[in-house]
Design a binder for this molecule. Structure first.
Ligand code: PMP
Ligand code: GLU
Length: 395
């Protein structure tokens, strides 16, 4: 069969591939510790799950408008803009089947042949693929390693051309856990505005934040007068432990939202209706919901502290980025390179084969010297996983 040029460069998601392999090996009886995909190990809070079940019982099983249930769009608008100067206008929100679809919608509506899209590197593995699927050119831009890869306007200026159309970054970052301060994000947004570049700020980990306050600073916290074209994405997967429900959302202008909704109306129409009903409950649970999320956040924080302590003790030669948010540790593995093992992919294969720990090689995030482990796993798995990895990576 001859395939379209659309998918000429398409690769499956490495995070999903490694995690699927780990689950398969475990099902076959292998002793595998799965620290690959970033997926909370918590069940969805009962009240949210019950709302979804109740929705099915009450016949909330039909199509919704493409952009989502009006009340969910309103709740998501409120969730994303609370305490900001941006309006909580439901017309600016599109609900999608995961933030993954929100990001794809944005890329497909904004970019095309001849366009370049700057991507903060190391990047979440799906950004370059989404840009390429829109037939635009991904341009990874890394901030300096000494600044833990955080971007500054100078890095962007050096990589930009007159074809630069967009900039995608995640804050808190997957894979590093780095978080932009409001001032640093403001400087980037101002740069993007001055260059006519649309900023896509992926804030799915906004509530998984170890600094001051409830949430990491986001693009909507900035003064709208200093920000140009903007898309912010967020969703239910991480902070609400709802990965499998598949609900994400985007906030942008009403005009672009209408285009993203039109695209989605032909591709998937709407996020699953019972999932939207459950998400509405999740976003409107008030104090009770805040308490449930605080319990999960406390566990993620404890594991961040645990994993960094274990690395300092057991792998002192292995440098890592200290995470201020999200639930990953991004660390160097090039100390384990030898004649046969020459990239992170080789190191991760060795770790999986010899000690049964699944982690994702840095090639997936744009840097073959690094690997990423998820800390959204039990404390026991994290501890045992690092102990095992130390056997391969050396002390
Ligand atoms: N952005 C980042 C940085 C992620 O890690 C993920 C995880 N899947 C997503 C977006 C998409 O999440 P989802 O589609 O589950 O909402
Ligand atoms: N976002 C998570 C990760 O990076 C889940 C898998 C995926 O969708 O990439 O591991």
């Amino acid at each position: 069969m001859a395939y379209s040029e659309n998918i000429a460069r398409l690769q499956p998601s490495a995070t999903v591939t490694v995690s699927t392999l780990a689950k398969k090996l475990r099902a076959e009886g292998r002793d595998i510790i799965n620290l690959s995909a970033g997926e909370p190990d918590f069940d969805t809070p009962t009240g949210i799950a019950e709302a979804g079940i109740e929705g099915i019982r009450r016949g909330r099983t039909r199509y919704t408008p493409a952009a989502g249930l009006p009340e969910l769009r309103a709740a998501a608008a409120e969730y994303m803009t609370a305490g900001t100067a941006y309006p909580a206008d439901p017309a600016r929100v599109v609900v999608s089947a995961g933030a993954k679809q929100s990001l794809f919608n944005a890329c497909f509506c904004l970019f095309g042949p001849g366009d370049e899209v700057l991507i903060g590197s190391p990047y979440w593995t799906s950004y370059p693929e989404m840009v390429t699927l829109a037939r635009a050119e991904p341009v990874p831009v890394a901030g300096s390693e000494s600044r833990e890869f955080m971007l500054a306007p100078d890095d962007l200026e050096a990589a930009a051309t007159e074809r630069s159309k967009g900039l995608i970054l995640s804050t808190p970052s997957n894979p590093t856990g780095g978080v932009y301060s409001k001032a640093a994000l403001g400087a980037i947004a101002e740069w993007a505005r001055s260059r006519g570049v649309t900023l896509i700020s992926d804030e799915i980990y906004q509530e998984i934040y170890y600094g001051e306050g409830n949430k990491a600073p986001g693009a909507l916290d900035l003064d709208p007068g200093n920000v140009g074209d903007l898309v912010v994405t967020n969703g239910m997967s991480k902070a609400f432990a709802m990965t499998g429900w598949r609900v994400g959302f985007s906030y942008t202008t009403a005009e672009l939202a209408a285009k993203m909704s039109a695209l989605q109306s032909h591709v998937s129409l709407n996020a699953a209706t019972p999932s939207q009903v459950a998400s509405l409950e999740g976003l409107t649970r008030g104090e009770e919901g805040a308490r449930e999320r605080a319990v999960m956040l406390a566990a993620f924080r404890r594991r961040r502290d645990l994993v960094t302590r274990l690395f300092d003790e057991l792998l002192p030669g292995c440098s890592y980025v200290r995470p201020e948010g999200a639930f990953y540790l991004y660390f160097r593995v090039d100390g384990a390179f030898d004649e046969e093992v020459t990239c992170a992919g080789d190191v991760c294969t060795r770790i999986l084969e010899e000690v049964g720990v699944a982690i994702v090689p840095g090639e997936a995030f744009g840097d073959p010297r690094y690997a990423r482990m998820s800390t959204a796993s039990s404390d026991e798995d994290i501890e045992e996983g690092v102990r095992r990895m130390a056997k391969v990576l050396g002390g």
